[in-house]
Design a binder for this molecule. Structure first.
Ligand SMILES: [Zn+2]
Length: 205
């Protein structure tokens, strides 16, 4: 997956509908559900985003040798007919430093298979990505198609590095038996561990 435009993949936590991560699955779906008032789901996801973005701000730059100088979020694909702000974009915008440079990705209106990896699914406005290390944020990583296509779009627009921070890596029962077995074996910590670096899954670089 990493050969397709993503230089570095950071994961804040895991989500799905299997124990011990079932609750995080509900949170990751709930925070962007317009039918649910913004309360604990929103605050939980915002805390995870703040942890990944603010506490580990320097980590991708140390690992790749060039600090990130811009951020982007992965928009919905295909694009909605009436453009609307994605909750994740709104959240990251609030957390970004004043004057932080946003690279706006635009999603195609019609695509055959949104989950497929395709550099033409997302394009970048003007020349905003050229020469930059871009921190690309997505809320969930399932098969990785959206984030990978978005990273390829950024690279096509001249980005030198793309580091992807996903707030939750989605693990699904049924479609990947080995993943489920791994999750049950590996994800035994009863609580979220804020001291684990999303970029190394260990200590910060
Ligand atoms: Zn770190």
């Amino acid at each position: 997956m990493l050969e397709d435009g993503i230089d570095l993949l950071g994961v804040v936590t895991y989500a799905g509908y299997l124990d011990p991560i079932a609750q995080s699955g509900h949170v990751m779906r709930g925070y962007k559900n317009p039918a649910i008032p913004r309360g604990s789901h929103w605050q939980t996801v915002r805390l995870m985003a703040a942890l990944g973005l603010l506490c580990h701000r320097d980590c991708p730059g140390k690992l790749l040798g060039q600090p990130p100088t811009a951020w982007a979020t992965v928009p919905s694909l295909p694009a909605t007919p009436q453009p609307q702000t994605h909750p994740l974009n709104e959240m990251v915008r609030q957390l970004a430093r004043q004057g932080g440079h946003e690279v706006v990705l635009e999603a195609k209106g019609h695509v055959q298979n949104p989950r497929a990896i395709n550099a033409s699914h997302f394009t970048v406005r003007a020349d905003s990505a050229r020469g930059r290390h871009i921190l690309l944020i997505d809320d969930t990583w399932t098969g990785g198609g959206h984030a990978t296509s978005a990273a390829m779009g950024l690279k096509a627009a001249g980005a030198t590095h793309v580091s992807v921070l996903v707030l939750a890596r989605w693990l699904s029962i049924g479609w990947e038996a080995t993943t489920t077995a791994w999750a049950k074996r590996a994800l035994t910590a009863p609580d979220f561990r804020p001291d684990v670096c999303p970029w190394t899954q260990g200590s910060c670089p």
